[in-house]
Design a protein around this ligand. Sequence first.
Ligand code: THU
Length: 134
Amino acid sequence: MNLSQEQKADLVRIAKNVRKWAYAPYSKYKVGAALLTESGKVYEGVNVENAAFPVTNCAERTAVFTAVANGETKFQAIAVVTENGGAPCGSCRQVLAEFGTEILVITADEHENIVSEKKLIELLPGAFTPADLP
Ligand code: THU
């Protein structure tokens, strides 16, 4: 299912708007994510840092876990907004891959300029997925 330019822009705007709630007192790198389900709903996420640094949860994973907690496991696309349109980390790529390697991953900067648009399989070639388990 291909997204229109308008759908992409809407998803980026949602991610940009939720980014203000990012809890990033240590890195100051605020991240907002908006995950579009196949049913058309959008789940938001932000990064949530912790004084014990490795416990931090990324915005993308917050969005995925919130969606799953609402019974949604089929996703079309995720928009990730940061100051500079930075790429999703490896852990988030792996978490997304659990639910499909065709998910579109859009990154955008804080002015809503799209920096990158790639299918998850391009971001995580050879991903380990549920199909790899015997
Ligand atoms: N971060 C995300 O939220 N998503 C990513 O994919 C990359 C990194 C967060 C984690 C941390 O709070 C901050 O950005 C700096 O690494």
